[in-house]
Every structure is written in structure tokens, then in C-alpha cells.
Design a protein around this ligand. Structure first.
Ligand SMILES: Nc1ccn([C@@H]2O[C@H](COP(=O)(O)O)[C@@H](O)[C@H]2O)c(=O)n1
Ligand SMILES: C[C@@]1(CO)OP(=O)(O)OP(=O)(O)OC[C@H]1O
Length: 159
């Protein structure tokens, strides 16, 4: 049996915050703003996984009004979500993610993100793909005001 899910998230880029993306810290002059560490890529992956198992979204599981999740490590939130996936008997088929950011250049960091995401999803690196695109300086991402992310996930269960 297979289940598919998709995720999308956006966070604002501001000065004075570290840029945490895909479970790693990337050197940059700005970072993402959020109630948690604002790791937009891990949030997208968590949303895709929750979508695949019909469990809503991360806002439902980790309300941004709850101080327990203030400055939360998104890797821990994703691990919680992944435990729900495993409780339903699923494992990762594959995941494909796109980071939408004008800057910084993601290419030097993609492999490290893949390895970290594979670790969090208890899968092989070959099951995880991470891409990046600019929006050719158009829109809020193009102006460097924020970073968006998208993901599609396939879960599988052996019967
Ligand atoms: N923040 C980014 C954005 C893009 N890349 C890489 O550059 C390639 C070209 O980007 P376009 O937006 O012109 O399609 C893209 O395919 C990525 O490999 C990047 O590293 N970091
Ligand atoms: C992760 C949570 C919880 O700390 O907060 P944010 O970091 O603001 O992220 P968002 O994607 O806006 O919504 C989910 C939240 O409930």
C-alpha cells in the first residue's frame, strides 16, 4: 500500500537569526523567522508526511501559540511526525523537495541536507532529493524577503 503527500511552507528572512534549512545551519547574513527555528524545508517535509497519513499539518500538532514550541528544533518536530508515520506502518518510498530562494546559493549544501533528511526519515540518501531554484528575482522570494519550500512524499507499507 502506498500514500502520497505534499507540503508547502514559507518563512520570512530577517537579520539576527541563523539560517537553519534542511536540518543544517547555512552561513548567510540573514535567517528565517518563526515561532520555532523556522526550518522551512523540514516543516514542508513534516507537512507532506502528515498529509500522506491524513493527519492534518504541523500547525495542528505543534501550535505556534504553545510556548513548548518556541525556538523548537524542527528536527525534533519532524522526528515526532515520523514516529506517527511509523505507527501507521509506513516507511519512506521517496521524497522530492524544492527550496525556492534567490539567495544564498544552496548547491554547496544540498548533499549535507540530503544526508540529514535521510537520517531523520530513517532512509537511504538515494530516497531523498533536494533541489533549489531562484524565482529570477521576481516576487517575495526573488526580492530575498523570504524562502519557500515544496515537497512531495511517497510512503509505502508492506502487506
Ligand atoms: N538558491 C539557489 C537557487 C538555485 N540554485 C541552483 O542554481 C540553479 C539555477 O537556478 P535557476 O533559478 O536559475 O533555475 C538551480 O538549478 C540550482 O541548482 C542554488 O544552488 N541555490
Ligand atoms: C512550527 C510552528 C510551531 O513552533 O511554528 P513556526 O516556526 O512559526 O512555523 P509555521 O510553519 O508557521 O507553523 C507551524 C508552527 O506551529
Amino acid at each position: 500500500m502506498m500514500r502520497i503527500g505534499q507540503g508547502f511552507d514559507v518563512h520570512q528572512l530577517v537579520e539576527g537569526r541563523p539560517l537553519i534549512l534542511g536540518g543544517i545551519t547555512i552561513p548567510y547574513e540573514k535567517g528565517l523567522l518563526g515561532h520555532s527555528d523556522a526550518d522551512v524545508l523540514l516543516h514542508t517535509i513534516a507537512d507532506a508526511a502528515l498529509g500522506a497519513i491524513g493527519e492534518g499539518d504541523i500547525g495542528k500538532h505543534f501550535p505556534d501559540t504553545d510556548m513548548e514550541f518556541k525556538d523548537a528544533d524542527s528536527a525534533k518536530l519532524l522526528t515526532h511526525v515520523w514516529n506517527l508515520v511509523k505507527e501507521q506502518g509506513y516507511e519512506l518510498g521517496n521524497i522530492d523537495c524544492t527550496i525556492i530562494a534567490q539567495k544564498p546559493k544552496m548547491a554547496p549544501h544540498i548533499e549535507t541536507m540530503r544526508v540529514r533528511i535521510a537520517q531523520l526519515l530513517e532512509a537511504d540518501v538515494s530516497q531523498v532529493n533536494v533541489k533549489a531554484t531562484t524565482t529570477e528575482q521576481l516576487g517575495f522570494t526573488g526580492r530575498g524577503e523570504g524562502i519557500a519550500s515544496q515537497a512531495v512524499i511517497l510512503l509505502q507499507k508492506h502487506s
